[in-house]
Design a protein around this ligand. Structure first.
Ligand SMILES: *[C@@H]1O[C@H](CO)[C@@H](O)[C@H](O)[C@H]1NC(C)=O
Length: 325
C-alpha cells in the first residue's frame, strides 16, 4: 500500500475511534452524590422529624445487623394513584409472615404529594414508626438513581426493589428470599423476578405487535451486549443479598430505564450468582413509559453503557483499583 493510503486509513480509524469515544462520553452518566437532605428520612411519628439514614454502603463495607431482615425499596414518581394497592398487599403479607422489615420509599421529586401520601398509608395501617421510611430526592434522578439510592441506604440483610404499581404479586417475594437464603455465594446472589414464563400467555400475546417487536429488539441488544443467562431483565422485582449490593450499587452509572441491564452486567462480571424465578405479574394502568421514545432511549443507553465500560469511561472501582470490564 502507498503511504498516503495507509495514512488515510489510519486517519479514518482514529477519527472513528475519537467519534465513538466522544459520543459515549457525551451520553455517559455520572451520578451526583446525595444532598444532605437526601440522607435523611421521615416516618409516621408524631412530630414529623427527620432522621439519619444508615451510612452509605461502599464496596468495602461489612454487613451490619440493623435488626431488619428485608428492606423493600420502592422508587416513586407521582404514585398517589398506584402506591396504595401495592402498599396494602405488602403490609398484609408481612402481617402473616414472621419477618422483620422496612419499606424504604425513595421519592424521585414527585409533584403530586407522594411522600406525604406514603406517610398517611403508614398511619392508616398503624405501622410502628421507622417501619416506613420516606426519603425525598431534591432533584429528579430517574428510577435507576432512586433504586440505587435506596439500595445504598437500606438496613435489611436482604433488599427487594419493587415497583410502586404493584404489578408483581408481593407474596412472590417469598420464593426470592428462600432462594437467596439457600444460595450464599462469596460474591453475592441476586434473585430476579421474571415474566419469561408468561411469554406465550394471554397477557403478553394480547400486547400490540409494535410492543412485542420493540421487546424482541431490546432482548436482542441485551444479549449482544453480554447478558446471556437472564431472559427478563426489565421486571421491577429483584432481590439482593448484602454481598451483591456492595459489589453492584456503589458502581452504578445509569439512572434511567436501562439501569437493570447495568446491574446485571456488573453482576455477571463479578461472579455474582443470578437466578431468574417466575413471578405472577399483571399489567397495571398508568405506566409512564412512552413506548417508542423510551425504546430509543433504552437502546442508546444500552450501547452507551457497554461502550463506556469497554473504553474505560465507566470503571469498576474495587478497593481503590480501577478495573475496565
Ligand atoms: C406529575 O404530577 C404533576 C402534578 O399532578 C403533573 O403536573 C405532572 O405532569 C406529572 N408528571 C408525570 C410525568 O405524570
Amino acid at each position: 500500500m502507498e503511504t498516503t493510503t495507509l495514512f488515510l486509513v489510519a486517519a479514518a480509524v482514529i477519527t472513528i475511534l475519537v467519534m465513538v469515544y466522544s459520543t459515549a462520553l457525551f451520553f455517559a452518566h455520572s451520578p451526583r452524590l446525595p444532598t444532605p437532605s437526601e440522607l435523611k428520612y421521615r416516618t409516621n411519628d408524631a412530630n414529623n422529624q427527620h432522621y439519619d439514614l444508615p451510612t452509605r454502603i461502599d464496596p468495602a463495607a461489612e454487613y451490619v445487623d440493623h435488626g431488619v431482615k428485608l428492606t423493600v425499596v420502592v422508587p416513586c414518581y407521582n404514585e398517589t394513584k398506584r402506591l396504595g394497592n401495592m402498599f396494602e398487599e405488602c403490609v398484609e403479607y408481612f402481617k402473616t409472615h414472621d419477618l422483620t422489615y422496612e419499606i424504604l420509599i425513595i421519592d424521585d421529586e414527585s409533584k403530586d404529594g407522594t411522600p406525604d401520601y406514603a406517610l398517611s398509608l403508614a398511619r392508616k395501617y398503624e405501622l410502628k414508626p421507622h417501619t416506613v421510611k420516606v426519603v425525598e430526592l431534591t432533584k429528579n434522578r430517574g428510577k435507576g438513581g432512586a433504586v440505587t439510592h435506596g439500595m445504598l441506604h437500606a438496613s435489611g440483610e436482604y433488599v427487594l426493589f419493587a415497583d410502586a404499581d404493584g404489578a408483581t404479586k408481593f407474596g412472590d417475594s417469598e420464593h426470592l428470599l428462600e432462594y437467596l437464603k439457600a444460595h450464599t455465594n462469596p460474591y453475592g446472589s441476586i434473585a430476579i423476578g421474571s415474566r419469561a414464563h408468561m411469554v406465550n400467555t394471554e397477557a403478553v400475546v394480547k400486547r400490540s405487535f409494535i410492543r412485542n417487536l420493540l421487546m424482541y429488539g431490546l432482548h436482542t441488544l441485551v444479549y449482544v451486549f453480554g447478558i446471556h443467562g437472564v431472559k427478563d431483565t426489565q421486571c421491577g422485582f429483584k432481590m439482593f443479598d448484602f454481598n451483591s449490593i456492595k459489589r453492584i450499587f456503589p458502581h452504578m452509572h445509569t439512572e434511567r430505564w436501562i439501569f437493570d441491564v447495568e446491574i446485571l452486567l456488573l453482576a455477571s462480571y463479578q461472579g455474582i450468582d443470578m437466578k431468574e424465578l417466575p413471578v405472577n405479574w399483571q399489567e397495571i394502568d398508568g405506566s409512564k413509559i412512552d413506548l417508542v421514545k423510551d425504546s430509543i432511549n433504552m437502546a442508546i443507553d444500552l450501547v452507551v453503557t457497554r461502550v463506556s465500560y469497554i473504553l474505560g469511561i465507566y470503571k469498576l472501582n474495587m478497593n481503590g483499583h480501577s478495573k475496565t470490564i
